[in-house]
Write a protein that binds this ligand. Structure first.
Ligand SMILES: Cc1cc2nc3c(=O)[nH]c(=O)nc-3n(C[C@H](O)[C@H](O)[C@H](O)COP(=O)(O)O)c2cc1C
Length: 342
């Protein structure tokens, strides 16, 4: 069950729109057998009438078809703990004797719920001209598109897995979302936390974060230029900072990158230890992805959309879309060179 709160009334929302994003999460080169079992669809249960949101919480139900396979008597206990997954800390923390209890909850299966919630956030943002997209920048050591698939194939053939770098971009974001006065409301900090929370993500950067080490200040800042495009209140020469300054959006596209590690479940398992006996064993293997970078992009879009929708509603939020539009347009009319303060 997914519950999304804080969506204003009169947003047009249909299940097909959400299904489109859920389908994108399920595809991608390097996916494993689980995607043959699941056919994700979010059934809207509450908060929408005649296609439009009501302002009340939106409840959506996504079936987990694999769940039945883990019921009593249908499967063996899993005790051969995998390094790099939630198996060992999960079993110790909760006192479980079967790693399955942690394994399934830690699985990125839960990101189907995030993508459904994120699709609602994206639909809201689109009403205000904000669009999100993502792409894979590299897989393992390879940086260009067709050889990246060969890298996935090579990892699969070796019984191994491979990670990658993913970039998420939001365009059309207004200037001034977030805060420079509260550390916990800084938009770059919130985006980082949201992306870092995706299973297996181990590093996040905003803009050219990782690449700026060898630059001097004059080579890094995004120079402000006189405006020549009447549709843009401010213009920059570059976008190295990735659309944030001082914890607020700066009006340029928001750009975040993250590193997703190679998956822990290896066809050719690593040595490990049995949870029951402490004896050396090979780590557990079951149906698994080889590379999760492509679906992680879709999940990254969802996470960034949730953060942006929150910040957007904090600044412009009304109870309905028309009220929010009035607030938004009123603000947009005040930002630009020679500030229109009053
Ligand atoms: C889209 C996606 C698919 C994933 N598929 C698998 C998988 O098939 N097998 C696996 O071992 N880990 C998979 N993972 C990673 C695990 O969920 C993750 O490594 C685990 O929860 C432990 O968390 P940590 O890596 O952040 O420490 C996937 C992650 C994502 C984002």
């Amino acid at each position: 069950m997914v519950i999304v709160e804080g969506v204003p009334a009169y947003l047009y929302l249909d299940e097909e729109y959400i299904a489109h994003h859920l389908g994108r999460r399920q595809r991608g080169y390097g996916r494993g057998g689980r995607q043959q079992i699941e056919r994700d669809h979010a059934h809207i249960q509450t908060g929408v009438r005649h296609g439009y949101t009501l302002g009340s919480p939106i409840g959506m139900l996504i079936e987990n078809r694999d769940w039945v396979n883990w019921q009593e008597g249908r499967n063996q206990r899993v005790t051969r703990i995998r390094p790099g997954h939630a198996d060992l800390p999960g079993a110790m923390k909760y006192g479980f004797h079967d790693v399955r209890n942690s394994l399934e909850r830690a699985s990125a299966r839960e990101t189907a719920a995030r993508v459904a919630a994120g699709a609602v956030a994206m639909k809201l943002l689109e009403e205000f001209g904000i669009k999100l997209h993502s792409h894979v920048l590299s897989i393992g050591r390879v940086k260009a598109n067709p050889p990246m698939m060969a890298e996935v194939d090579a990892a699969r053939e070796a019984g191994d897995t491979v990670g990658g770098v993913v970039e998420v971009i939001a365009e059309g974001v207004p200037i001034g979302l977030g805060s420079h006065v509260h550390w916990d409301r800084k938009i770059d900090a919130k985006i980082s936390q949201a992306l870092m929370s995706i299973n297996a993500v181990k590093a996040v950067s905003i803009g050219e974060g990782w690449d700026l080490l060898d630059r001097w200040g004059s080579e890094f800042q995004d120079v402000i230029e006189p405006v020549t495009d009447p549709d843009r209140p401010w213009q920059r020469k570059t976008n190295r900072a990735g659309g944030t300054e001082g914890g607020m959006t700066s009006g340029t596209p928001l750009v975040a990158r993250f590193v997703i590690k190679p998956i822990a479940t290896l066809h050719n398992p690593l040595p490990s230890v049995d949870l029951d006996t402490g004896e050396p064993v090979q780590a557990h293997f079951e149906r698994s992805d080889v590379c999760q970078a492509p679906p992680a992009g879709v999940i990254g879009e969802a996470m960034m959309a949730l953060v942006l929708a929150d910040a957007f509603m904090e600044k412009f939020g009304g109870d309905s879309i028309p009220e929010t539009k009035r607030n938004f347009e009123g603000y947009q009319a005040t930002v630009g060179p020679r500030l229109r303060y009053s």
